[in-house]
Design a binder for this molecule. Structure first.
Ligand code: C2O
Ligand code: CU
Ligand code: CU
Length: 456
């Protein structure tokens, strides 16, 4: 054990979980859990995680939002093959010529040298991320720092992550996912038709369907993580509080905002995070409050429910200033890169491409220089939540307007509407190597909507 280093062992395995009442569901989980175990670290405290693969399929672990060296970032062909004999099966892997493949286990190093933030880790196996995350390979990784600890935000059991995901189940409780991989196919088929990605009709929060949470009549902090493969949500409180905004946003993907912002709705696409404070002190004891989803219909129009069970003494506050955010200012003549996300390209209509090209892990599409602020422009045909590995960005504009309502702070994923353009400023500060830019609709990602870049 080195100073400032914490080690974990995680076993990736199948497990039976009671997700729907009275039914057993086979999941693929980190330590057999859905969500996986929560990793916690203080800023600068290194974490080393050895993942053992006791599944029957190759895996790759990525820490989403982490400033992680390339060899631990989970490049999609850096496979961990199953340790179980005979389990090594490559599915439709396109190439392994540049991947670092290990058998049985792999150790990932996370410096955690970044501001307090809500990160999550999930599978990133090339071509199969969608089905493997769907089966359960997702967990939280929380970083704290002194800035956050000095703020008196709601803490302890009033600081609650809400990992939201939609799933579908068969009548026997089994998870349903239409996939190409014979090990995962259910039923075997082609998911090129799933233009919007794979959507489920059951909403899980922290692995439970539409849960009810008992709360005291005080402020709570919720770290909302959209861990769905493809679904977008617009969350609201029903009833809304008699006065004041429903949600006070204190953070986004990459950490705390500079100042809190009130919202009546929070809209988030796959992989986005919103850190919010809800004040249940505004409601009479006994009130039930539903978190609704205005983008859902039928069973997906609600996410969870709170019940205010008792009065309690308020010990938290939301200060007017949260964290210092350094504005990223591109120098005159800064590098501008365009990234067009669209269906089709050389791979045919069942593919999703960036700048007309399908993902090729051995082709570097950009070589940004470490330490330089660049301007990246994203452009879409349909909805695409665009995610960049390694460093977060700041949104400068959408179309010819400024940043949108939900674009504040450090972002690593931006939800783009059809035929939209957005401009962000980004700077990679450390870690030379290969990283990814991709659509976080996992079905688009698996259908080649990724691009590799190398920081130099
Ligand atoms: Cu959350 Cu490249 O992924
Ligand atoms: Cu990521
Ligand atoms: Cu997409």
């Amino acid at each position: 054990r080195e100073a400032g280093l914490t080690t974990y062992d995680i076993v990736q395995r199948t497990a039976w979980a009671e997700i729907l009442p009275g039914l057993s569901t086979e999941i693929m989980g980190y330590d057999g859990l859905l969500p996986g175990p929560t990793i916690r670290a203080r800023r600068g405290e290194r974490v080393r995680i050895t993942h053992r693969n006791r599944l029957t399929v190759p895996t790759v672990v990525h820490l989403h939002g982490g400033h992680t060296p390339a060899d631990s970032d989970g490049y999609p062909i850096d496979l961990v093959l199953p340790e179980i004999e005979g389990g090594a099966h490559h599915g439709g892997l396109h190439t392994d010529e540049t991947g670092v493949i290990t058998k049985g286990s792999r150790t990932y190093d996370y410096p955690n040298d970044q501001p307090a933030a809500t990160l999550w880790y999930h599978d990133h196996r090339m071509d199969f991320t969608g089905p493997q995350v769907w089966r359960g390979l997702a967990g939280l990784h929380l970083i704290t720092d002194e800035v956050e600890e000095a703020l008196d935000l709601p803490g302890g059991d009033r600081d609650i992550p809400l990992m939201i995901m939609d799933r579908s189940f068969g009548a026997d409780g089994s998870l349903r996912y239409p996939a190409l991989d014979p090990e995962l196919a259910d039923p075997p088929g082609v998911y090129g038709d799933y233009v919007a990605g794979v959507l489920g009709d059951v909403i899980l929060v922290n692995g439970r369907p539409w849960p009810e949470l008992e709360v005291d009549a005080v402020r709570y902090r919720f770290r909302i993580v959209n861990a769905s493969n493809a679904r977008r949500y617009r969350l609201a409180l029903d009833p809304p509080p008699p006065s004041g905004p429903s949600f006070v946003q204190i953070g986004s993907d990459g950490g705390l905002l500079d100042a809190p912002v009130g919202h009546d709705t929070i809209q988030l696409a796959a992989a986005e995070r919103f850190d919010v404070v809800v004040d249940f002190g505004a409601y009479p004891v006994g009130t039930a409050i539903t978190v609704t989803n205005a983008l859902g219909v039928g069973s997906t129009d609600a996410v969870l429910r709170f019940r205010v069970v008792r009065a309690a003494r308020e010990t938290s506050r939301v200060p007017a200033r949260l964290a210092e955010i350094e504005p990223l200012v591109p120098a005159p003549g800064a590098t501008v890169r365009e990234w067009r996300f669209s269906r089709g390209g050389a791979g045919g209509p069942a593919h999703w491409v960036i700048n007309g090209l399908a993902f090729d892990p051995s082709r570097m599409d950009a070589r940004p220089r470490l330490g330089e602020v660049e301007i990246w422009r994203f452009q879409t045909d349909l909805h695409h939540p665009v995610h960049v590995h390694l460093s977060p960005f700041q949104v400068r504009r959408r179309g010819n307007r400024g940043p949108g309502e939900w674009d504040r702070g450090w972002k690593d994923t931006i939800d783009l509407a059809p035929l939209e353009t957005a401009e962000v400023a980004i700077r990679f500060d450390d870690h030379a190597g290969r990283f990814l830019l991709h659509c976080h609709n996992l079905e688009h990602e698996d259908m080649m909507m990724m691009s590799a870049f190398e920081t130099v």
